[in-house]
Design a protein around this ligand. Sequence first.
Ligand SMILES: [Zn+2]
Ligand SMILES: [Zn+2]
Ligand SMILES: [Zn+2]
Length: 399
Amino acid sequence: MVEGPGTTRNGIKAEQLIGQKILNITTSKGVHNPWWTNRKLSQVVKIGKELFLIFALIDETIIKEQNQQTPNHDLALRLHFGMVGSLHINNHGTQTRQYKGRQPDMPTLEISFESKLLRTYDTTISIPINAIAPRTKYQRLHTFDCCSDDFSLDNVVEKLMSPSLSISRDTVISDVLLDQNLCPGFGNVIKVEGMHQARIHPKRPLSSLNEEELRLVVDKCQKYAMRWFREGRAPTKAVYNQTSCGTCHKVSVRICRVGGSNRTTFWCVNCQPMNPNALQQHAVATSQNIPNGIKRACPTHGPANVMLRRCKKSGMNEQRIFYCCKKSNCRFFSWADTNFPMCKCKKRAVLRVSKTDKTGGRWFFFCAKRGPTANGCGYFEWADQKYLDRYGQLLTPLL
Ligand SMILES: [Zn+2]
Ligand SMILES: [Zn+2]
Ligand SMILES: [Zn+2]
């Protein structure tokens, strides 16, 4: 997911084109009327995970007629980067993006300026709207935006404590932090890591957090977001997509879909108790130590570059896990499931992690031919720890 930091970085890239005239715009949906005629990029507005490109008329006389500082007829294009969206500034004549062995990618948006091309991929674009709406939204939210220079921790905490808060106080904190009207820019990774650093359990209702805890969790999320913004990639994750906790080093990370947003959430049962005063000792006692794993090594690049992946191609090997090498041109490959049990249809069982409320984080085996039409044997079994230990840290829940 592209969270606030990525959107803000994309906005900064786009700002270099402010003042330039638009020659043409194409989108993946096609364009019927050239609404951009005689317009230039006049402003880039960043609000949380949304980016607005604002286009003003070039013809001064029209603006003078309106007699306003920010004319009412400015138009804005809204961009949202979803899971993997991106924004690029290219020179004219540059080919579109192409991944090794695939067809060239078609941009979802291409704006041709006098000197450069602005392209986005895998991005949601809304039809142009009047620029008043995003400007108003910016005025309302900029002090809450985690990557804004105007971010104010006091303002966010005050709003969350306010009696006139727009959401129910029963809302779990995990959902509160994802609410783009309260904490614009926070996404699932920032939320998970911020709650972990603040030692807050994701299912605690907003009403159970005192001011000090709220301040701590918002502050940790925002600082994580700012590091992500400065470094250009997500900082080290202690619990997100981990099996063992990066803080206490126990195999104590739970995974579960949480709250009304139903987002996959991770937390450490040891570091983030539901009741801050209780159960810590019990959790420590039931956690295991991290297994080191049997070190697999790439014959060329050694053990440090080995990773575990899942076969996504449909067919007889779908969902099987294998070892491969991080180096881009390396062909190292080895199935990682050769010791798994066989199901009754004599197929290698598939290993996955549970995300349910009761058993989230437990690994299980099942028949690869699952589902109503797949004709499988229905085999299911919880995976014994001995099967998991060999992978050590390579085995991640989102694999
Ligand atoms: Zn922990
Ligand atoms: Zn290799
Ligand atoms: Zn089977």
